[in-house]
Design a protein around this ligand. Structure first.
Ligand code: HEM
Length: 355
């Protein structure tokens, strides 16, 4: 027994020593997560799925080759902070399989239908199936070509159609509050009971129920109107929006593709959620589309939409920063959200109009 205790003590010492050594060598000279560089100077890879489980040896090799990497342990969740384009390329391209999954957290699990949406799906067969629906059915080049009609339909859906769009957007704002709420039980699993005690779990349950009701109402609306999806390109297909297309698949109108009701709702959440804040934030400032196998499937769709909006603004006005400020005077402080946004709003003034 004494031998075992001595052995355990030695192992603990070695682990502690390695941990300290590793941390000392991996922390950036700034040694603080807040000092990760902000856009637009350097890319910051901080999205949740980047927090993967790359073997320490590979991390070691990466940091030897490219410079400091910061590995933080938030309780049970290892978190990697990197701040150079070279390391981003290694992680998102070379090692992307190791980073292809996000850590399982209780708020996304509850809100995104047990992680059945594409953004949160674990990498594997079901991910491939849903990804294919996004790439081939929702965001194919044919669909993107019919972009104008789809966009108008989506704007209708979000803003005017029986009020569900507005409720949905408000719901998304509430989701940010829940998703970014730090709860100790998330990171230290044996303290999970605290989330029950402080009401967080009840709050999450209530939110998920209400969101589900909104999605049910959106689906019922579309069901009662009926979709025009009958495989005929000219028969109203270009007027279909995301929900119509997905309902067509659900009803079995699209040969070789299928989706169940829960996945359908999760995918609607992605299609409406992943494309809204991202697009408006990109109009303000550098957001990248990711890379590797989990690269954004909405890239083509979003790029055209953003180009269209910016081109319109540039064609009709000359713009300047207020009070003679220069580009370098812009405050690039970030604020948290689904996407990293600009803390202070971007204010520009039209100085000349061309119409
Ligand atoms: C300017 C607009 C957009 C930006 C900047 C953007 C950015 C991104 C980024 C960085 C990722 C990777 C996230 C990660 O690493 O976990 C991503 C994934 C994703 N995006 Fe976008 N996105 C935009 C528009 C859209 C649109 C319009 C849609 C759909 C209509 C969409 C749907 C998705 C989905 C479903 C994923 C998850 C893909 C997967 O995990 O396989 N995005 N997006």
């Amino acid at each position: 027994m004494e031998e075992f205790q001595l052995f355990a003590f030695l192992v603990a010492l070695i682990v502690l020593f390695c941990g300290l050594y590793f941390t000392r060598n991996k922390l950036t000279s700034r040694g603080n997560i807040k000092l990760a560089p902000s856009p637009p100077t350097l890319p910051v890879i901080g999205n949740l799925h980047q927090l993967g489980h790359l073997p320490h040896r590979s991390l070691w090799e990466l940091s030897t080759k490219y410079g400091p990497i910061m590995l933080l342990k938030f309780g049970s969740k290892p978190t990697l902070v990197i701040s150079s384009a070279a390391i981003a390329k290694e992680i998102l391209k070379t090692h992307d399989l190791a980073f292809a999954n996000k850590p399982v957290m209780s708020a996304p699990k509850k809100i995104f239908y047990d992680l059945k949406d594409l953004v949160n799906l674990q990498y594997g067969e079901q991910w491939r199936k849903i990804r294919s629906i996004f790439v081939h059915e929702l965001l194919s080049s044919t669909r993107v070509k019919s972009f104008n009609t789809i966009r108008e339909e989506e704007i209708d859906l979000m803003h005017s159609e029986t009020g569900h769009g507005k409720i949905f957007l408000d719901k998304m704002d509430d989701a940010v509050a829940l998703l970014f709420n730090f709860t100790i039980g998330e990171f230290v699993p044996w303290l999970g009971w605290i989330n029950r005690l402080n009401g967080f779990n009840a709050c999450l349950d209530k939110y998920a129920r209400e969101l589900d009701e909104v999605l049910n109402a959106v689906i019922e609306d579309h069901m009662s109107r009926g979709t025009s999806s009958n495989g005929d390109e000219d028969d109203g297909k270009s007027k279909e929006n995301f929900v119509d297309i997905l309902l067509g698949i659900y009803k079995g109108n699209t040969p070789g593709v299928s989706i169940d009701l829960i996945s359908l709702k999760a995918v609607i959440l992605d299609a409406l959620g992943a494309g809204t804040e991202t697009s408006t934030t990109t109009l303000i400032w550098l957001i990248p589309f990711g890379a590797g196998r989990r690269i954004c499937p909405g890239l083509g769709f979003a790029a055209i939409s953003i180009e269209h909006t910016v081109a319109n603004l540039m064609q009709k006005f000359d713009w300047a920063l207020p009070h003679g400020a220069k580009g370098e005077d812009l405050d690039a402080t970030e604020r948290p959200g689904f996407t990293i946004g600009k803390k202070e709003p971007l204010i520009v003034v039209p100085t000349k109009s061309y119409f």
